[in-house]
Design a protein around this ligand. Structure first.
Ligand code: GLV
Ligand code: MG
Length: 325
């Protein structure tokens, strides 16, 4: 183990993260009644410039009047390059003090972006004598943000999660795709011809590097890595495939840009009963091994060791969080 201890952020269930445009009060009401672990009320890209002020009012009203228990509640503020951002922060905290769990900062490009929002949030929280300290969700969705993801991740003790914003990331890197998330048939390799000259097309995951880089950085800083949007909400199988590969890499959850994606995410990012039982068996087998003075053991014909306990504990802890919800 390194002498550097990685402090873990506040533990929260973050399997599904529902995006709700702040401009639509009906959607806000439905979001409060949804089964999403985290709900973020959007003031940024889902809201047209002419609707920004009204959306901010709607969101403040929703924070004060709706029952958000059972959810972690977040608001996506506007970007630091707009004139909406400071008022988003000031009005949200002044007019709905102690309501927000998290603020989501879009298009973070440098550590200074996080520092600037931290400074502003800290001042307003102090002036309002807030008891609740707001955490940050950071969207990594530009080439600049991906380049600086390491310093961004450690820029504030408020940081809780990194999110892969695939749509803006594609735009920022000038990727030749118009999908929001998901694979692209043009990103493929051809196998060598077989004896009959036949070549197979193997699709790749064009987002692999970006999301893997973000996952490693998040974990190295004790943060939750979260996969962003999948635009085609009429394709549950496509959504599940994307979510599944994100889960395998270490992501804790995925955005739902439509209510129909909430259950898919909750199921996909929950360990199955079989996985939990197996994890408990590993922990028991290792406890027995420890009593016998051994550092490793055999379970079902496979080697397990101290690293296996840590993996198993992650699964059991997640199951306990879900059961407690
Ligand atoms: C999310 O904000 C994205 O751009 O994908
Ligand atoms: Mg975006």
């Amino acid at each position: 183990m390194s002498f550097t201890i990685v402090e873990q952020c506040t533990a929260r269930l973050n399997r599904s993260e529902l995006a709700v445009p702040g401009s639509n009060p009906k959607f806000l009401e439905r979001a409060a009644a949804s089964k999403a672990d985290v709900v973020f009320l959007d003031l940024e890209d889902a809201v047209a410039p002419d609707d920004k002020e009204q959306a901010r009012k709607n969101v403040i009203e929703a924070l004060n009047d709706l029952d958000w228990s059972g959810h972690t509640i977040s608001v996506r503020i506007n970007g630091l390059d707009t004139h909406y951002m400071y008022r988003d922060v000031v009005d949200l905290i002044e007019q709905a003090p102690n309501k927000l769990d998290l603020i989501m900062i879009p298009k973070v490009g440098t550590a200074s972006d996080v520092y600037a929002v931290d400074m502003l949030v800290s001042q307003v929280e102090a002036a309002m004598r807030c008891e609740k300290r707001i955490g940050f969700e950071l969207i990594i969705e530009t080439a600049l943000g991906m380049q600086n993801v390491h310093s961004i991740a450690s820029a504030s003790t408020r940081n809780e999660s990194l999110h892969f914003g695939v749509a803006d990331y594609a735009a920022s890197t000038k990727a030749r795709t118009t999908n929001i998330g998901g694979p692209n048939p043009a990103y493929h390799v051809l196998t060598d011809p077989d004896d009959d000259g036949v070549r197979e097309v193997h699709w790749g995951d064009m987002w692999h590097y970006a999301i893997a880089r973000m996952v490693v950085t998040a974990r190295a800083n004790g943060l939750r890595p979260i996969d962003g949007p999948f635009g085609d909400f009429s394709d549950p199988d496509g959504y599940k495939a994307q979510a599944s590969r994100a889960a395998v890499l270490g992501c804790e959850g995925k955005w739902a840009i439509h209510p129909s994606q909430i259950d898919l995410a909750n199921e996909l990012f929950s360990p199955s009963e079989k996985e939990v039982t197996q994890a408990q068996r590993i922990i028991e087998a290792m406890e027995q091994a420890k009593k016998e003075g051994k550092g490793a053991a055999t379970l079902d014909g496979r080697l397990i060791d101290i690293a296996s306990i840590k993996q198993a504990e992650v699964v059991v802890k997640k199951a306990e969080q879900i059961a407690a919800k």
